[in-house]
Design a protein around this ligand. Structure first.
Ligand code: HSE
Length: 429
């Protein structure tokens, strides 16, 4: 079979990883495909910068159209990142009848539906495995290996920066700022880590997972997210004493005909497999109605892991081209959920109160919880004899509105100084 020609848009961290794997594993890839994958052109801002690299200088161009309109190019690999001009380049490539592989989380989260429809209209494929979870094959697991299931729930640790920070705070008692500085010095956090720390990065990835698993494009800006900026080493210590790790979880689950989606720091029981996911690693815990629970684990970012996902997509697209398989890129809304299917849902909660250490305080608080229909699983008081002590409650599954009503009443109790922390608690399995 004739060789497959690729046009690469962007040559940063992931682009160089992609090219390195293609070179290193060329034989394996050729044996798999029965043909070669050849990069014909690479779009960069300043081609002169690449004069002294091992890649021939004439491969580099600053003119996107030279790649997007080249009739010889079969597949466009978009690794520029950001929304524009990446999104316009992808559209133009699809309109020109080229297959597209991208790792662009923002573009797929915001414009996925439109792009998948455009791919179908032009009878080409679009793949985006590298957009969620770096090297972890989550998208192809959902679209292929788990496709016979009704997906009930996906719970993910899908941000490596925050997982690294929480792990270091837990194991070494580092403060948030120290752990962040360490993550930055090791290259696990960006110079501006705001989107990661605040949970926005995870919300974008969750929007993509929701689209693939449930067929619903949710605007990532409408997904409620809370980051880890408020998590102190003290909170991590309390959680540990109760048998939990604190993790930033991205969750989507079916609940009363709606989708409950959120990104929130949560207490994960030690015995839950997600509790063992540490440092910069990511993991996805999926529950399907036939398969039961499945967990995928691996490196969620980085040049080679993400490059591996991108090249895997390219290999799949080559197989589609080779076998002339017509395919559908759009995701059917399998469950007819309302388009804006975001509910606050229910969960078990961890509540830390700061209270005056006086007889009868605990009784008043538990009565207030009971009056508002909140059932308690455990209560722990840490410290004694001081003027002010922490009181920690873990509730059974509770509706957030009922919890808020209870906490309003609890806050009004004279000896309650502060509702210091409210975190979600993940089920044991
Ligand atoms: N910054 C992300 C993370 C990786 O920390 O996981 C890219 O989405």
């Amino acid at each position: 079979m004739k060789n497959i020609i690729v046009g690469l848009l962007g040559f940063g961290n992931v682009g160089t990883g992609f090219a390195a794997i293609l070179e290193e594993n060329r034989k394996i890839i050729e044996n798999t495909l029965g043909c070669s994958v050849i990069v014909k052109k690479i779009l960069v801002r300043d081609p002169g910068k690449y004069r002294d690299t091992v890649i021939p200088e004439e491969l580099f161009t600053a003119d996107a159209d030279e790649i997007l309109t080249d009739p010889e190019i079969h597949i466009i690999v978009e690794l520029i990142g950001g929304i524009q001009p990446a999104c316009d380049y992808i559209k133009k490539a699809l309109e020109n009848g080229k297959h597209v592989v991208t790792a662009n989380k923002a573009v797929i989260a915001l414009y996925g539906k439109e792009l998948f429809e455009l791919a179908d209209k032009n009878r080409v494929s679009i793949r985006f495995e590298g957009s969620v979870g770096g090297g972890i094959p989550i998208i192809s697991s959902l679209t292929k290996s788990l496709a016979a299931n009704e997906i009930e729930e996906i719970v993910g640790i899908i941000n490596g920066t925050t997982n690294y920070i929480l792990t270091r705070m837990d194991e070494s008692g580092l403060g948030f700022q120290e752990a962040l500085a360490e993550a930055q010095s090791k290259g696990f956090a960006e110079a501006d880590p705001t989107s990661d720390i605040e949970g926005e990065d995870a919300a974008y990835k969750l929007a993509i997972l929701t689209h693939v698993a449930f067929g619903v494009q949710v605007n990532p800006k409408e997904i409620p997210y809370t980051g880890i900026g408020q998590i102190s080493e003290k909170e991590i210590d309390f959680a540990r004493q109760l048998g939990y790790k604190i993790k930033l979880l991205a969750t989507v689950r079916r609940h009363d005909g709606c989708l409950d989606l959120h990104v929130h720091p949560a207490l994960v029981p030690f015995e839950h497999p997600l509790a063992a996911v540490s440092y910069e690693y990511n993991a996805l815990y999926i529950r399907g109605n036939a398969v039961g629970e499945v967990m995928l684990y691996g490196k969620g970012a980085g040049s080679l892991p993400t490059g591996s996902a991108v090249l895997g997509d390219v290999i799949e697209v080559v197989q589609i081209i080779k076998n002339k398989i017509g395919e559908k890129n759009t995701f059917a809304d399998k469950y007819q959920f309302k388009p804006k299917a975001i509910s606050s849902g229910s969960s078990a909660y961890y509540i830390r109160l700061q209270v005056k250490d006086r007889p009868g305080v605990l009784g008043k608080i538990t009565t207030a919880f009971g009056r508002n229909g909140i059932s308690l699983e455990s209560v722990v008081q840490r410290g004694r004899g001081g003027l002010s002590v922490p009181l920690i409650f873990v509730t059974h599954e509770a509706d957030r509105e009922m919890l808020d009503a209870a906490l309003k009443e609890v806050s009004a109790i004279e000896s309650v100084e502060e509702v210091a922390s409210i975190l979600l608690v993940q089920n044991k399995s």
